[in-house]
Design a protein around this ligand. Structure first.
Ligand SMILES: [Mn+2]
Length: 434
C-alpha cells in the first residue's frame, strides 16, 4: 500500500498536492488529516467521492510500503503517521516548497522554494505529458492560487505562473476556483477583526512597526489566518502576530509580514515549534508551555534580536548635498538643475533646512519676472526627512504617503545626504549597475 499525506489543518495547497500526488503514483491512496481548513472542508463535503482519498483511521499501517508526504517536512504536522516513522521497510518520498529543516528523512525529495507545492507536482505532470481532467486541474489551481495569493505574493515564481497556465489549458474552472478561494466573510470574522482593531497596540522595534494581539475567542474562528492578513494591511504594520488562546494549555500564533518581508515570520515562529515562510507562518503551543503573555514577551525579544540587515538609505543616498540660500533667484536654480542634471535643490544649510525646490515647482512660474524672484517664494517648506538607517522600502512608503520624490537624509539634526525616487526605484527593481 502506498499512501500520500500532508499536514494537519490542511489548506488547499496541501489537499491539491495530495490529489496530484495520487495521480503521479498510481495505486496510491490519499490520506487527508481529520482537521482541515474551512474552505477545504467545504470543498471535500461536495467533492470527496471524486478522489481516491481516505481518513487516517482507515489506513492499514502494517501494509504500508511507501509514504509520500506533500507540503510539509515535519513528522509532528502529520496526522497519525508516527507508526511509520521507525519502520525501515517504508520508503519515504517528499514534495514540499517549504524549507523548514524538518525531521522527515526522505529517500527521494523534491523540495524547492516555489510559491506552492502544486507547482512542483505540475512540473512532473508536464514532463510526463499527463492529461488532467478539469476537476483535477481546478483543485490544483485552487491550491496554487491560495498559496501564492493568486500569483501575487513575493514568493511566487515564474514557474508558478507557468503551472497556472498549464492547469488552465487543462480546463481548470475559474468560477469554481473563485467560489472556494473567496468564501464570504461572516459576522464572526467581522467581529474578530473589529476586536483586533480595537485592541491594537503597535510597538516599534528596530524601526519596524509591529502589532501583537492576544485574542480569546468564545469559539473556534474559521479563516483566522485570512483575517490576520487583512488586519495587518489595515493597521499598516510591518508585521503582526496574533496569539489566539485555544484553551488553558494551548495557543495558536499566527504571524503575517508586509510585502517588504523585513521580519521573517516563519523563522520567528519556529521558536514556538511552528514555521512557515518569511511572509506568513503559524505555531501552536500545547501543554501550557507558554502562557499568552509570555508568548508576547518572547515575540518582542525575538523581534528585537532580528537582524534587519541589508541595504539602508545611507547606502543609496547622494552626498554631499548642494544647498542654496533662500534669496537665490529662480533663474539660478533653473540653471543649476540643468547644468548639474539634478531635480531637487535644498534651501538653507546642513543644520537648518528651510525648504526644498524641485523641477516640478518650476512649472509654477508663468511670468518672466518671476525668474528673478527668490527661491524662498516657491520652495516647499516643512520638508519630510528620513533617517539613514531606514530601509529602501520604508523610503518608498514615505514617498507614497507624502507624494514626494526627494527625501533629505537627517542624522543627529544634520542633513547628510538626499535620496530620490529614482535611487529607490533603481534599487528596488535591481537596476543598479554591477
Ligand atoms: Mn503550501
Amino acid at each position: 500500500m502506498q499512501v500520500v499525506t500532508t499536514h494537519k489543518n490542511s489548506d488547499f495547497d496541501a489537499l491539491a498536492s495530495v490529489i496530484g500526488a495520487t495521480l503521479l503514483y498510481p495505486n496510491s491512496v490519499g490520506v487527508i488529516p481529520t482537521s482541515v481548513n474551512n474552505n477545504v472542508a467545504k470543498f471535500l463535503s461536495t467533492h470527496k467521492t471524486a478522489f481516491n482519498i481516505i481518513l487516517p483511521s482507515e489506513v492499514k499501517f502494517d501494509q504500508v510500503s511507501r509514504l509520500i508526504v506533500v507540503d510539509t517536512d515535519q513528522w509532528r504536522r502529520l496526522d497519525r503517521m508516527e507508526k511509520l516513522r521507525e519502520r525501515d521497510d517504508v520508503e519515504i518520498l517528499l514534495w514540499d516548497h517549504h524549507s523548514n529543516g524538518g525531521d522527515i528523512e526522505a529517500d527521494f525529495r523534491c523540495q524547492e522554494p516555489v510559491g506552492a507545492t502544486v507547482t512542483l507536482l505540475v512540473r512532473e505532470m508536464k514532463s510526463r505529458q499527463m492529461d488532467l481532467n478539469p476537476l483535477v486541474s481546478t483543485v490544483l489551481l485552487i491550491g496554487l492560487y491560495e498559496d501564492t495569493g493568486h500569483l501575487s505574493y513575493p514568493s511566487t515564481t515564474a514557474e508558478d505562473a507557468a503551472a497556472a497556465s498549464y492547469l488552465l489549458d487543462n480546463g481548470a474552472d475559474l468560477n469554481v476556483a473563485a467560489f472556494f478561494l473567496n468564501p464570504p466573510y461572516e459576522e464572526v470574522q467581522r467581529d474578530i477583526l473589529l476586536s483586533m482593531m480595537r485592541d491594537t497596540k503597535k510597538i516599534t522595534l528596530n524601526n519596524l512597526t509591529i502589532g501583537i494581539n492576544i485574542l480569546k475567542p468564545d469559539k473556534k474562528v474559521p479563516m483566522l489566518a485570512a483575517i490576520v492578513s487583512m488586519y495587518r494591511t489595515i493597521i499598516n504594520a510591518d508585521a503582526v502576530f496574533v496569539i489566539c488562546v485555544n484553551d488553558e494549555k494551548s495557543c495558536t500564533i499566527i504571524g503575517r509580514s508586509g510585502a517588504t518581508r523585513m521580519i521573517n515570520v516563519g523563522k520567528i515562529l519556529k521558536h514556538f515549534g511552528g514555521g512557515g515562510h518569511p511572509g506568513a507562518g503559524s505555531a501552536t503551543t500545547r501543554n501550557g508551555e507558554y502562557p499568552p503573555s509570555q508568548i508576547k514577551e518572547k515575540l518582542v525579544e525575538l523581534i528585537k534580536k532580528t537582524k534587519v540587515g541589508g541595504v539602508t538609505i545611507a547606502d543609496l543616498m547622494s552626498f554631499p548635498v548642494t544647498f542654496v540660500e533662500g534669496s537665490t533667484p529662480m533663474h539660478e536654480i533653473r540653471d543649476m538643475m540643468q547644468n548639474q542634471k539634478i531635480r531637487g535643490i535644498l534651501v538653507g544649510n546642513e543644520d537648518n533646512l528651510e525648504g526644498i525646490i524641485v523641477l516640478w515647482d518650476l512649472k509654477k512660474l508663468k511670468l518672466d519676472k518671476q525668474w528673478k524672484s527668490p527661491v524662498k517664494a516657491f520652495m516647499a517648506r516643512d520638508v519630510a526627512t528620513i533617517p539613514p538607517y531606514y530601509k529602501p522600502a520604508q523610503a518608498a512608503q514615505l514617498m507614497i504617503e507624502k507624494n514626494i520624490g526627494h527625501l533629505p537624509v537627517s542624522h543627529n539634526d544634520k542633513i547628510i545626504g538626499i535620496v530620490t525616487r529614482t535611487d529607490i526605484l533603481t534599487y528596488l527593481y535591481n537596476l543598479l549597475p554591477d
